[in-house]
Design a protein around this ligand. Structure first.
Ligand code: UDP
Length: 534
């Protein structure tokens, strides 16, 4: 059966109706608040000609972070300023799959997971594995462990159907267990031996993973210039500070004070009943707001102020979409799993140059100002400059409903990790081979040419013939399990080819290697997809 675009979210409402935990309540109210936009995007998608046919998939959504004992801890935090970014993503993924016409089951119960996919009790102690009835299972790192428990040996057989929501990403060197153990990439997470593209991130982090994203607010379209004018006049001299919990404000009072000299400064920090607030007295705290009220507050504000934590969340993208300027701390030296408790144990070598590198690097001025917050003069001058500029609302296409729908649609139509044959999406004509300079990752090699590294194209250049075509002139060529390969080392003119396809990696660099990189172009505002190249 073909997946037909729906213009209703009713099947999703039905799938989450019977769950009233705080997390699912947040998801439900987000889906309801945005349902009109989803429907309009569905109508436009139906009308457009660039349809990609897909069969209707039977999909299980299992946010493991909401299940079991970890789930209880997470749920307890939802109404107390805990992380909501994951919930934003689950809500928008569920809505996307519903609009795209797939058949959804949503569960946050470990017990129910067993009845949905587990082995049936057989005779004596010998359980009988039933065939898996789901074509796709979206889960997270917590859920992977639950699935392994429920499926036993069948886990290995079916893992190609899994998709892992993994906000910060998993680089190949951390994903391949044997390699991680022997090369010092062993971390708390990681080592599941999946295909790196099965991990789906919140922002386009390492291109080794699939960028799933979420949907932000959208800049108002189709309004007359004068109305837009008056909209920007409606912006008051208000700053909203980003940070739902008290501890995020620690050591930041001087920075916030400089801002409050120029702007009326608001906050949405969770306030435990009975306890007095530690926030500076000049802050107008609203307490944790519902998403609707939080967005309304942003709509009337001029500046959204990052304190340095939380990292890489959705809120700055929403603020920018509502016409705010995002002011945030620069990290020098950058934060990483080497020097920072939050990133420690995360399966990534990324260097985080500010609270929100996507906002810093892919959006930038006039929407985003990244400053040294210990330098009061720099902060003050930034705030004054921001107050002098008129900034229009902005939403990158990849964070609109349509952008997310076309991305998820294409992933479902083209990403097949169960097939034994080599990937054919994107097609070979998209490939732009680059031989990088010493010490650079393919991610940055491609980026410097305004392209993106595309791991699904590595196999085209991992052959002696490809090396010959590039006239690299290898004196010797070896095959090795090495996340930097294919690569060329000028010392002894040695060429190296990759032996394990799971280790093809856009991330990773070494001062002795020039990496051979599969780059491709991308659609404007949509890094995950390449333009047609027939
Ligand atoms: N949010 C909210 N109430 C508030 C502050 C934020 O509902 O008082 C929402 C916000 O709209 C965003 C989500 O919380 O979509 C996640 O925000 P954040 O960027 O803080 O990421 P997190 O660290 O929670 O994952």
């Amino acid at each position: 059966k073909k997946a037909e675009i729906r213009t209703t979210l009713n099947p999703l409402h039905a799938a989450i109706r019977n769950n009233s935990s705080p997390a699912v309540t947040f998801i439900r109210s987000r889906v309801e608040r945005m349902s009109e936009r989803w429907k309009q995007a569905a109508v436009r998608m139906r009308q457009s000609n660039n349809q990609t046919d897909s069969t209707q998939m039977k999909v299980l959504l299992y946010p493991g972070a909401l299940a079991g004992s970890a789930g209880q801890r997470f749920e307890a935090l939802v109404e107390r300023g805990g992380p909501l970014g994951e919930l934003v993503q689950w809500a928008d993924l569920s809505a996307s799959l519903t609009i795209l016409g797939h058949n959804l089951t949503f569960s946050t119960s470990q017990q129910q997971l067993h009845s949905l996919i587990g082995a049936a009790p057989g005779r004596g102690s010998c359980p009988i594995q039933r065939p898996l009835t789901f074509d796709l299972i979206y889960t997270d790192y917590h859920g992977l462990a639950h699935l392994q428990g429920a499926m036993g040996l069948a886990f290995l057989h079916y893992q190609c159907r899994f998709r892992i929501l993994d906000s910060f990403g998993t680089e190949p060197a951390f994903n391949l267990g044997s390699y991680a153990r022997s090369h010092g990439y062993k971390t708390l997470w990681g080592s599941w031996d999946l295909q790196p593209l099965q991990y789906m991130t919140m922002f386009p982090h390492t291109p080794d993973n699939s960028f799933l994203g979420f949907v932000s607010e959208e800049a108002v379209k189709d309004v007359k210039e004068e109305e837009l004018e008056s909209d920007s006049n409606r912006k008051n001299r208000i700053a909203v500070v980003y940070g739902k919990q008290d501890y995020m404000w620690k050591g930041k009072s001087e920075y916030v004070e400089v801002i409050s000299e120029e702007l009326e400064t608001h906050a949405t920090v969770y306030q435990p009943p009975g306890l007095t607030s530690n926030l500076p007295s000049f802050i107008r705290n609203h307490g944790l707001l519902t998403q609707e009220h939080f967005l309304r507050l942003l709509r009337g504000a001029k500046v959204f102020v990052g304190l340095g934590f939380p990292y890489e969340g959705p809120a700055p993208i929403e603020a920018i979409a509502l016409g705010c300027v995002f002011l945030q701390p620069r990290f020098d030296p950058p934060h990483s799993s080497e020097n920072n408790d939050f990133y420690k144990g995360k399966p990534t070598t990324r260097q985080i140059s500010s609270q929100h590198p996507y906002a810093e690097k892919l959006i930038g001025k006039p929407h985003v100002w990244t400053v040294d917050v210990s330098n009061k003069t720099e902060v003050r001058e930034a705030v004054r400059a921001i107050l002098r500029t008129e900034v229009k609302p902005f939403t990158p296409r990849e964070f609109t409903c349509e952008g997310m729908l076309e991305r998820v649609r294409d992933y479902i139509a083209h990403q097949d990790f169960c097939s034994k044959s080599l990937p054919t999406w994107p097609p070979e004509c998209a490939l732009r081979v680059h031989l990088g300079p010493l010490g650079q990752s393919c991610e940055s090699v491609c980026q410097r040419s305004s392209l993106v590294c595309e791991p699904a194209l590595f196999h085209y250049l991992n052959t002696p013939a490809a090396l010959a075509r590039l006239k690299i002139g290898c004196s010797s060529t070896r095959q090795e399990v090495n996340h930097l390969f294919p690569a060329y080392s000028p010392w002894g003119q040695q060429c190296g080819l990759q032996q394990d396809p799971l280790l093809f990696s856009c991330a990773g660099s070494d001062l002795s290697q020039r990496r051979l990189c599969p780059c491709r172009a991308h659609l404007p505002g949509q890094v995950a997809l390449s333009p047609d190249c027939l």
